[in-house]
Design a protein around this ligand. Structure first.
Ligand code: CA
Length: 325
């Protein structure tokens, strides 16, 4: 590979600089821009009044104080769903670092639970924030927007896909040449985006595991030669898990390729794996640099989602300084 690959390499701040500040806060997004991210990720769900907000789950009790403020508004399954609240209600909440059901930090070394007042952010506010910093810093940081559970939203009577595409278009993100990627786990929905809704945005087919029940898509079939060829008929790239590309079979073992990245490249698809986390490396991987080395030098991936933007930027800088001329 040559240095032009490095300059085109897509560093995607996964939920912002979420390794350092609570995910999907504007503070985490600002830090990611400062650390050199090329794209910021937005996971998007809808409120009761159809406002797209930037948050990872369709329920909010793991990342906010919603249960304190709106006790009794949870559904029978115990979850406080964003879609049951108006944006005015959600703006009264304070976001915090992600916790588990016992109220403990999911990642112990990350930002503590604190008195800091982080808010729920709308997609419109985040886009204006990014465009504002792009103006003031003369940057061109892009959007990397994911719609969450479109089939579930439709069952609740809402077309999240159309609402989000309309908003992106309103802010100038419509075509492949624009600084935006549009990602989804649901293959049928992504096909709808391209074919029925006629979007010309860069589309990324996320690839999960069937056991997650993310969508009705069959991710085992999707990773085969025929499956990847089918993805290439509507998408510009894939977003697989790191260990769907490369694995370390044991401690001290060399990385082994699954063959998925070359298969995607043969079909003209970009490859943007998720998620590089210093505090949750792939099984048996020795360290973050070894993961980056395997992904970038061997698998030739085109970008990476990371909670730790600076780790990837530092690797790319060291790499380009090693290269002659
Ligand atoms: Ca995501």
């Amino acid at each position: 590979m040559h240095s032009d690959h490095a300059s085109r390499f897509t560093v995607i701040a996964h939920r912002g600089a979420s390794g350092y500040l609570p995910e999907h806060t504007l503070e985490a997004k600002a830090l990611a821009i400062g650390l050199g991210a090329g794209y910021l990720e937005q996971d998007v769900v809808l409120t009761r009044d159809d406002v797209p907000i930037v948050t990872h789950d369709i329920f909010l009790e793991d990342i906010s104080d919603i249960a304190l403020h709106f006790s009794g508004r949870q559904r029978a399954d115990g979850h406080y769903y964003a879609i049951d609240f108006s944006i005015a209600e959600l703006k009264t909440l304070t976001r915090h670092e992600r916790v588990n059901h016992a109220g403990h930090l999911v990642f112990n070394a990350r930002f503590p639970l604190s008195a800091c007042r982080f808010g729920i952010v709308t997609l419109a506010a985040e886009i204006e924030f990014i465009q504002g910093i792009n103006k003031s810093m003369r940057r061109n940081v892009g959007l990397y927007t994911e719609i969450k559970y479109p089939t579930w939203h439709r069952a609740q009577g809402k077309d999240i896909t159309r609402i989000v595409l309309d908003m992106l278009s309103h802010y100038g993100y419509r075509a492949r040449g624009d600084d935006a990627f549009f990602q989804c786990f649901d293959a049928l929905e992504l096909q709808r985006v391209r074919r029925e809704l006629g979007s010309d945005l860069k589309l990324i087919q996320l690839i999960g595991e069937n056991a997650w029940n993310e969508s009705t898509s069959d991710y085992d079939a999707m990773r085969t030669e025929a499956g990847i060829a089918q993805v290439a008929t509507y998408a510009d790239g894939i977003g697989p898990e790191i260990d769907q590309l490369v694995r370390w079979p044991g401690r001290g073992a060399a990385a082994q390729s699954t063959g998925l990245a070359p298969r995607a490249h043969e079909n003209g698809l970009k490859v943007h794996p998720y998620t590089l986390r210093l505090d949750q490396l792939p099984a048996n991987a020795p360290d973050a640099d070894a993961v980056l080395h395997a992904l970038i030098e061997a698998e030739q991936v085109d970008g990476i989602f990371t909670d730790f933007t600076d780790t990837v930027v530092r690797y790319l800088d060291a790499r380009s300084s090693r290269e002659p001329g």
